[in-house]
Design a protein around this ligand. Structure first.
Ligand code: SF4
Length: 203
């Protein structure tokens, strides 16, 4: 049985800030309050953030949201904006898993999200539903192997798992599992807040 209180306590012990929210609405309001008009914001492409409606709300508030997806961007523009996101004032993303010992685990294709949480904006907010909490790192890796096929299907990637629903540790050019990072402590120059949401969000 996963212990959310223990996870929150261990995240704090490890140097992360922790905010507990009961609902997605509460989490969205908290995140929105962290950005001021005129600031710039980057984000990981995240179903959780989509469900919060956060990026639209930030734009409505007068925050410049930098996008690296959608918006008819060319590959070169996408890469350029990923790099611009590293220089934003604030960054929002989710996590693939959080372990009970208070470690944050993410797998990326391009590495933009993990880069931003390591040496990007000074303020990073990681919004994660408590259903993403797992017992340990091995369970976090298993979780990614389970959810990555779903994400590949959702994003129309040409990978074997998008067809079969099962990870085949592929060599596909579209492979989304290329970079894995575990944040055991916040990197020295980054202030990371984990927003734990009781409501189920993301995958
Ligand atoms: S390694 Fe390849 S097959 Fe496995 S989940 Fe990632 S993209 Fe899918």
């Amino acid at each position: 049985m996963i212990n959310v209180d223990l996870t929150a306590a261990n995240l704090l012990k490890n140097g992360f800030h922790v905010v507990r929210c009961k609902t997605a609405k509460e989490a969205a309001e908290y995140c929105l309050a962290q950005a001021k008009p005129g600031m710039s914001a980057g984000s990981g492409g995240s179903l959780t953030l989509q469900q919060l409606g956060l990026l639209e709300a930030l734009e409505a508030k007068g925050v410049e949201v930098i996008y690296h997806y959608g918006h008819d961007l060319t590959p070169a523009e996408r890469r350029f904006n990923m790099r611009r996101e590293l220089m934003a004032d604030i960054y929002f993303c989710s996590a693939n898993a959080i372990t009970e010992q208070g470690w944050i685990f993410n797998t990326d294709g391009a590495g933009n999200r993990v880069a931003a949480t390591i040496l990007g904006p000074e303020k990073v907010y990681i919004v994660a539903s408590t259903n993403k909490i797992v017992s340990d790192l091995a369970a976090a890796e298993r979780r990614v192997a389970e959810i990555a096929p779903y994400n590949c299907q959702r994003l129309h990637f040409d990978t074997p798992c998008a067809l079969t629903g099962v990870c085949e540790d592929c060599d596909s050019p579209d492979r989304s599992c290329r970079v894995q990072v575990t944040l055991k402590r916040p990197p020295r120059t980054v202030d990371i807040t984990v927003v734990l949401v009781d409501e189920k969000l993301g995958v």
